[in-house]
Design a protein. Structure first.
Length: 85
């Protein structure tokens, strides 16, 4: 070992263009587990307004908080989906 750094073993960007992109555009709804192709926030706010977390989004204090809650929901939905499969 002479201290030479072995750099740039960058993981190649593989499996990106073979049609199996995981969660770049589609989101899974946390509640009904549907795949949402459009904006998931819109889905939550139109279909699941009776849910506690969506209520929190609606009553969020400011846009930052609102986005934060929406992000949480989005993440939860995808996570639920991933752990299930
Ligand atoms: Zn839904």
């Amino acid at each position: 070992m002479n201290g030479t750094f072995c750099i740039a073993v960058v993981v190649p960007v593989y499996s990106k263009n073979n049609g199996r992109r995981n969660y770049s555009k589609k989101d899974i709804c946390y509640y009904c587990e549907k795949t949402i192709n459009s904006r998931i926030s819109k889905h939550y706010l139109s279909v699941h307004t009776d849910r506690t977390l969506v209520q929190q989004v609606i009553s969020a204090d400011g846009e930052a908080e609102r986005n934060d809650k929406l992000y949480q929901l989005q993440h939860m939905g995808n996570f639920k989906h991933n752990t299930k499969v």
